[in-house]
Design a protein around this ligand. Sequence first.
Ligand code: AMP
Ligand code: MG
Length: 416
Amino acid sequence: MSTSDVDTRDLDRMRPPHEAREIIARFLTPMPTEFVPLAEAAGRVLARDIIAPEDHPPFPASTMDGFAVVAEDSSPWREIIGTQKAGNVIDAEVTDGYTVRIMTGAPLPPGANAVVPVEATEPAEDHVVIHQENVKPGENVRPVGSDVRAGDLILFAGTRLGPAEIGLVAGMGIDPVPVARRPRISVLSTGDELVEPNQPLGPGQIRDSNRFSLAAALGEEPVEITRIGKAPDTRPELERLLRERFDEDDIIITSGGVSMGELDLIKAILLDSKEVEVHFRRLYMKPGKPLNFATHGKTLIFGLPGNPVSSLVTYELFIKTAIRQMIGVPANQIDRPTLRVTLETDVEPSDRIEYQRGIVRVDAEGRLVASNTGMQRSSRLQSFVGANAFLIIAPRERTYVAGEQVDALMFAPPFA
Ligand code: AMP
Ligand code: MG
């Protein structure tokens, strides 16, 4: 045994979830910066602040289809001396008595300082009659740099590149884009009972669902799944599979094999492996009590409990958070908001802090009300379906009765 009894006792102390998060946070390594083509940057997280390298628009641009004029010229009749489309600048100067036909987004031709929209004119072949009085200088024109000024800080490091951010970066001519490298993550389901979803069940077998639910959850984050599979409860095989990933991955996720049984090999392998340090392996929460957290150098190892709900809840609370911290997402975008909600039904507490899957909605009076998703057993994935929050049910003697308030950790917006 490589760890003393005293150490094991401390490892087995049931830690509250917040303490587990603090421990994990101590072992996170920020992802290095890499430059990726703009076309592949959606969903990634900026590694640097982006300072606008240029003005936008880069020229005074018309916001209307109409006529470019000298605003101070009060005569209604103007001779048309050309057409200014988007994408070039015509060789014509607008002076009193003259105008240039202009399209939305086109540069204001030299001499002009306003655009009169088509609707306010009576155009003919070679001239136009302007019906608008008092054309103001700058009217219907976007001045240079009025959307973005060169030198402005337009996006902070840690910003996730969604559609608007990608468009902004594209408009500023930034390609490739500096982003946090995607954490490399492998996923391993363990258990002799596991078969593939497309296979028939033999006696005592169940289908591997964790690997697929975890892959789906990881698919929502900018990560690279380096390897994904399942393994039997065979010690040398599990050791080999883990060892192969130790130096390759930023995060190794296993499911199963961390309870108290003799075949709970992941727990044993992590504890016995000399190059691995186990930091905790029991939490004061339900589901998720047997979550194991260990490190091998900079590699984080999460031994998730095998029950499908337990593995998803611990992923959501600990791994997703760790990933987001590693890629530099600011704290206020990592922590899920906690709302006080009113229970619509009675809820029985357990002996640990329970993360019941719940449905939080806004009722007709605008109050936040919540119910759980029915039976909360950790094998019952249906208890996660349609949920938008964890209802935090702290241990106590009495039933939580309808009308009482509890905290709800929101992972999706409240329903209407
Ligand atoms: P374990 O943590 O290995 O003791 O597993 C706890 C429970 O979760 C057992 O009922 C397992 O059969 C079940 N289980 C473990 N791994 C998976 C998996 N990948 N997919 C679905 N159920 C699983
Ligand atoms: Mg097992």
